[in-house]
Design a protein around this ligand. Sequence first.
Ligand SMILES: *Cc1c(COP(=O)(O)O)cnc(C)c1O
Length: 424
Amino acid sequence: MRKRIRIELKPEEMPKQWYNVKADLPFKLDPPLDPETNEPISGEKLARIFPLGVLEQEVSTDRFISIPEEVLDEYVVFRPTPLIRATKLEEILETPAKIYYKYEGVSPTGSHKTNTALAQAYLNAREGVKTLVTETGAGQWGSALAYAASKFGMTVKAFMVRASYESKPMRKYMITLFGGDVVASPSEETASGRKFLQDNGNYSGSLGIAISEAIDRVLESNSTKYSLGSVLDHVLLHQTIIGLEIRKQLELADEKASIVIGCHGGGSNFGGTVLPFVVERLEEEKVRLIAAEPTACPTLTRGEYRYDSGDSAGFTPLLKMYTLGREFIPPSIHAGGLRYHGASPLVSRLLSEGIIEAQAFEQEEIMKAGRLFASVEGIIPAPESSHAIAATIREAEDARQKNTKETIVFTLSGHGLLDLAAYG
Ligand SMILES: *Cc1c(COP(=O)(O)O)cnc(C)c1O
């Protein structure tokens, strides 16, 4: 029998800085463009929707950015998160590979999203913002931001994709519990919401539509700012605490990762997990970095690499990214958090440069992987996270067939306790 291992860091061993991979990349990213002029977007325009503290981080090229004390103080509630060896999964797969998972489900709202929510809430509160407006798909981001905003004396207004608002009420209750206000999108509350309702008769909504409504609302008022839970560089920056902790934990266990895996929606947990491994990848070409996405929303594996809008109405800056087109409305799958037409520009560029890989998975395969993981390891994974598990199982089976000694690390981005209906 293999030994059960859990690698913990003490609160005082938590990283005190986020890692900015842009300082180490041998290329410069393509800038976001103004949708009205097709020229690089001006700082003044962005400052209408984001606070300066966030914008500074978005464009920074410093290698390390200090995590504010106030944010570290809130991270201590659930960080550092554990790195656990999935020995029971290894045994049942009869694989020679070692499998470790970084468990982000211990966060107060159940996923990695709290890492950036707390950072963004603090940066907004510092500049006097009272309400954060945002979109949320299945509600993971809305609940994380409502939680974080409440820590810094703010509230949240969340436009929630109607399909989830109606079918998954639990996170709606969580947003309200933390003092937030949540409305089904498309809504009657914004001009773009009313337009979508009229033009398309589309009542089920999408993330792209909800983003349009959130930005619409932010532009109406001065005491509100917009907050995005994924995709942008500063969000991935905040999530690097995941990969930085993994590196420390592997060192403690005297291990070296050969394959690092994360599920991919907009790219924040994947980016946060793998960006701290990119330098190693550039130098030795040994460690493989794999993004796992659904075949129902195959942005990285089937999308085009081009400039596209982040939302459906075309309000956001144009981002150079893999995209299925801003009008793409993915079928409703259990992994609601992976239903986004675009991808992080940073992850997109790494993919186009061959630095990372992407794989797509059918829902049947990921739910099977999630059930197996729950039954042998004991933690019920979110359907989103199960994409990373499915990718891990494929690599572990490959290692068995080729009899290679891999050390696989994946991020279990959230628990599935609010997704039990999907398991049903
Ligand atoms: C939102 C979410 C994701 C996908 O978002 P990314 O920005 O790609 O990380 C993955 N897993 C869970 C549990 C989520 O809540």
